[in-house]
Design a protein around this ligand. Structure first.
Ligand code: SF4
Length: 227
């Protein structure tokens, strides 16, 4: 198959975005939060864990420790106990306490609003910073690449990369900047509802005409059907 030109891929990406926006007009960040601090902590807890599980834990955590000041001073063991079911609870408890301490010491208790300041906080990487900037501060600074976004981007041939940083760079060249935050939500919604990791439902997917993987899979399935 001939290599797709960048301009053609951009046009195809625009069609994919339109189809997903139609399918998921209410796509949004699934982590429950009422401010930037809560979203930052919830995002750290969501590593290797479902958003639904994180949402079960955070109301208890924020009721007891509602601010960066409070969480920075919280006993490690108590935080571990509250967040235990999110997995990797010792390192996550350490991370959210250290991040809170940095927010207090370096930013007077307020979550900073730039990529450099956010990624300078202990426990905060580019993905977490992108989630906070995009959803709490309405800044499209990058594209959040989680497991769904990575998988779907490869299936849709928007990238060939595995590394989330490389995937993000490819997506930033294809998706209009004002859509970066919502594009992640759209792919995450689609990954949860149709384009499953194990058994993508290509026959129900409106992206099929623009998806090389879906076309290969449906052609193989049609050939394998008994005549
Ligand atoms: Fe996923 Fe199949 Fe849809 Fe492609 S056509 S996005 S592989 S469900």
């Amino acid at each position: 198959m001939a290599k797709e030109k960048h301009e053609d891929k951009k046009v195809r990406t625009a069609r994919i975005i339109r189809a997903l926006e139609k399918l998921y007009p209410d796509a949004h960040c699934a982590l429950t939060h009422s401010n930037a601090f809560e979203l930052l902590v919830a995002t750290i807890l969501s590593a290797q864990c479902t958003d639904a599980r994180v949402n079960m834990v955070t109301p208890v955590l924020f009721k007891k420790y509602p601010t960066a000041e409070a969480l920075a001073k919280a006993p490690q063991e108590d935080v571990e106990k509250i967040i235990k079911t999110t997995g990797f609870f010792r390192s996550k408890a350490k991370s959210i306490r250290e991040t809170s301490a940095d927010i207090v010491q370096k930013h007077g208790g307020k979550v900073p609003q730039t990529m450099d300041e956010l990624t300078d906080l202990r426990g905060v990487g580019r993905k977490t910073a992108n989630v906070v900037l995009g959803n709490a501060f309405d800044q499209n600074v990058g594209v959040v690449v989680d497991t769904h976004v990575g998988r779907l981007s490869r299936r849709l041939a928007l990238t060939v990369h595995e590394d989330p940083v490389d995937v993000e760079q490819d997506l930033m060249k294809l998706v209009p900047v004002e859509k970066w935050t919502n594009f992640s939500h759209l792919l995450i919604f689609h990954g949860r509802q149709i384009c499953f990791a194990r058994n993508p439902q290509c026959d129900k997917c409106p992206l099929l005409p623009d998806c090389p993987t879906g076309q290969t899979l449906t052609q193989a399935a049609a050939k394998a059907k008994p005549k």
